[in-house]
Write a protein that binds this ligand. Structure first.
Ligand SMILES: *Cc1c(COP(=O)(O)O)cnc(C)c1O
Ligand SMILES: [Zn+2]
Length: 478
């Protein structure tokens, strides 16, 4: 197997005014109207000369490739950024994350056929790596072709973006310097540890994510910086790989599939819709899976927009309040225009109801995350949000037990462990509005005291400790 020979001709297309721009410069928002961009391959129709079955065979064969550049998200090279050369492509083990069926006990509890796609099994433990692998590969190609000697990779972040950006920046090194801007005190210790560990300059700003974003945008407008927030359209492109992988796992047959995605800045859900639409345009999938966005009632601008009837919809940013789905706690999503763009295309093909947004409570998110993880999943709070969304969809009669519900566990469970701790110790600040269910609590129990250890001879101490374990668990002798 060799590296693909097809090359596209990509351009930035503004979703506000339709203006197009070349890719030899970094663009984030339209200089004419301030709109956001999508990247479009003007040669895309050439891909239709290859039949759908041939494409399926090509992508399936690449699953076994030993070429690192084709091992991860660029297995689907022609559909993503077919302007990159093999030497530009980064591979840190991102993508190809497992789809794990919920065990029978959980499916019985739910009355639903749920499957988690564990995007927390990416190198920095969130799906953000899909986008960063693409954005940094493109940055490498710019450095190579434009002869740049220095560029600052920078992002504002609720945590996972900076962890991922710092990881990829430190891997590339050389001309790439890296800094992240975080809301002081608003990211988890794990998320702060990651950019620090990767050697990024970590700068804190009082306030929330939206405050950090304003600082970073000012920098991007006035200095040579690579902005790695989701305004960066290359990231969205890399994140389309999630959709390609889901379709491939089910042998390119998406009948009866529903995909649940948490919405924060709305980059991920638009990437996923965009990815399925590309597969559909080439006939690689014949049916689009239904897509359900999920938002917390504490940060739900996209839900509110779609809750109104078509024709009466009006987009308004919302004031967010504390959310356990911290990575999705965004009141004014950057990619909202992309949602509208792809949702329209989606509905034009699959009709009303093929894209919907659900609202869930903080309580439901926490209960669902813990329920999932007590059945062998490794869902983060946003993964819990997806399960809560699936239950809500069932309640509203939108899904049935015969469908396959793919839930996006966008990060690893361990990244958001502080919320589990609050749940188990009943210590949520009032603003979250979460009351733990006692039957889901779990605490370590001291089985024998230090005083007993000091007092008893070593052998007796072991027998005593073991005896206490037997008593606690009601073990029968063999
Ligand atoms: C970034 C992030 C989200 C939100 O994704 P958007 O693309 O901003 O909608 C959800 N979950 C996790 C774990 C994230 O890191
Ligand atoms: Zn424009």
């Amino acid at each position: 197997m060799s590296f693909p020979t097809y090359r596209g001709s990509m351009q930035y297309v503004c979703l506000g005014c339709g203006a197009t721009y070349g890719i030899s410069e970094l663009h984030y928002t339209c200089p004419t109207c301030g709109g956001v961009f999508v990247l479009r391959d003007q040669n895309f129709d050439q891909l239709k000369k290859t039949t759908a079955q041939e494409w399926r065979n090509i992508f399936d064969a690449r699953a076994a490739s030993k070429i690192p550049a084709l091992r991860g998200i660029f297995r689907f090279y022609e559909l993503m950024a077919p302007v990159l050369e093999q030497e530009d492509i980064l591979y840190l083990g991102e993508g190809n994350t497992p789809l794990v069926d919920s065990p029978p006990a959980l499916r019985a509890e739910l009355g639903l056929k749920t499957v988690y796609k564990n995007d927390g099994q990416n190198p920095s433990a969130s799906f953000k790596d899909r986008g960063m692998a693409c954005a940094f590969s493109f940055l490498k190609s710019l450095i190579r072709t434009q002869g740049w000697t220095e560029v600052l990779a920078i992002c504002a972040s609720t945590g996972d973006t900076s962890a991922s950006a710092a990881l990829y920046a430190s891997y590339v090194g050389g001309a790439v310097k890296s800094a992240v801007i975080l809301p002081a005190g608003k990211v988890t210790p794990q998320q702060l540890a990651q950019p620090l560990g990767s050697g990024a300059v970590v700068l804190e700003v009082p306030g929330v994510f939206d405050d950090c974003m304003k600082v970073v945008e000012h920098l991007a407008d006035n200095y040579r910086v690579a902005l790695l927030n989701s305004k960066n359209a290359w990231r969205i492109l890399g994140q389309e790989s999630y959709a390609f992988e889901v379709a491939q796992w089910y042998d390119w047959d998406m009948r009866g599939a529903c995909v649940f995605v948490p919405i924060g800045n709305a980059g991920n859900i638009t990437a996923i819709m965009g990815g399925f639409l590309k597969l559909h345009a080439l006939g690689i999938i014949e049916t689009l899976p239904r897509v359900f966005g999920v938002q917390s009632h504490h940060a739900d601008p996209v839900f509110r927009y779609y809750a109104a009837e078509a024709g009466r919809r009006e987009y308004k940013p919302v004031e967010v309040t504390a959310s356990v789905a911290q990575a999705a706690m965004i009141g004014n999503p950057v990619s909202f225009p992309r949602v509208r763009h792809f949702a329209e295309q989606y509905e034009a093909i699959s009709g009303p109801g093929s894209f919907q947004v659900l609202q869930v409570t903080e309580q439901q998110i926490m209960d669902s995350m813990i329920q999932a993880n007590r059945h062998g999943h490794i869902a983060c709070t946003q993964g819990g949000e997806c399960l809560a969304g699936a239950k809500r969809a069932l309640e509203l009669g939108l899904v049935s037990a015969s469908e396959t519900l793919v839930l996006d566990a966008t990060a690893h469970h361990l990244k958001f462990i502080g919320f589990q701790e609050m749940y188990f110790t009943n210590s949520f600040p009032a603003e979250f509005g979460v009351t733990p269910r006692p039957e889901l609590a779990n605490r370590p129990e001291l089985i024998i005291t230090q005083a007993d250890k000091d007092r008893l001879p070593a052998k007796d101490y072991v027998v005593q400790a073991a005896g206490n374990v037997v008593a606690r668990l009601g073990l029968a002798k063999k």
